[in-house]
Design a protein around this ligand. Sequence first.
Ligand code: UD1
Length: 373
Amino acid sequence: MSAKILCVVGARPNFMKIAPIMAAFRARAPQLVVKLVHTGQHYDVAMNDRFFEQLGIPTPDISLEVGSASHAVQTAEIMKRFEPVLLEERPAAVLVVGDVNSTIACALVAAKLGVRVVHVEAGLRSRDRTMPEEINRILTDQLSDRLYTTEAEALDNLRAEGIDAARVCFAGNVMIDTLRASEAQAVPAAQTLAAAADPAVFRQAGHALLTLHRPSNVDDPVVLARLLGVIDEVSRELPVVFPVHPRTQGKIREAGLGAVLDGTRWLVLPPVGYFEMLGLMREARLVLTDSGGLQEETTALGVPCLTLRENTERPITIAQGTNTLVGTDADAIRAAVREVLATGGKAGRTPERWDGHAAGRIVADLAEWLAPA
Ligand code: UD1
């Protein structure tokens, strides 16, 4: 009988990772039965449906529809709803990607039922345990039987936590598979920027692209006000495009900070699709972000990225790519922006195995790993 794999997705950053994996399973391992489970952690059209459409991800075979809640409630709800699915489906393995609550919840259920766990994007560490994703990464890797890494150094992190190197495979970056496969469909920035109050401002000066959604940056109104204040100063020199995550939108409203974003040198948008984001990123003079994914995508695109965090789990984007860790201090942000505008930013190069073929390597390895001895 052919082996069955359940692939899990839940939140927006999972979608660009699972898309090439599902495609590679279809193309390279048709003997495997592959089912897609969606936990429902993200559910809005803008956060979910548009990505499935644009990236050609198959409709999930199983939807758990958990929705938003506190970490404990969301994780517990996913576990409660995933357990009967696993008991019914009895797959040979569960494949999880990234570091969101859906990742750890499904890995934990699988491990307890004796189903093998496969983790794509293993071994990344920020060494900041106040970050919910760091807890998810450490625990998911501990539970995993096969681990695929995006950068060679991730193996050192895994070894230091007692994980046998024989379980680890350096596959490369599946998110960059999606980026390379989508470049031709990127929506030109001018099309998205046409929504600005005065599009000519953006045409003349170019734009900075801003994203913010980490709890450490948006949940504290003092930090959020400081960040938006200094970026408002930046906007006077370089107009700012800001697709706003729903979490951030709520926090801006609660903190009464909406007025900062009213100027003609800001374009504030609801969350945009993948192809729109790719166009905005590729044509940006500068990206300011606290996202993990954008740090990697800007490195692959050769666009300067200033990361508004004190640490990163993706150090290769700093060592080899175009990323600079700036933190959230206003003076540091001002100085870093000035530097990029004066010099064009770090040159950078694309890291090893970020070549558009990571998912193929994962599926080839998995098919062998799952084959009966
Ligand atoms: C989650 C991930 C984070 C990832 C981010 C990308 C965890 C711990 N966090 O954070 O790693 O970088 O996704 O987006 O898993 N909401 C909506 N519509 C949706 C989804 C969420 O309005 O479709 C709102 C809800 O008010 C919710 C809030 O956004 O409470 C936060 O959503 P949640 O999934 O809890 O965490 P994110 O901040 O999105």
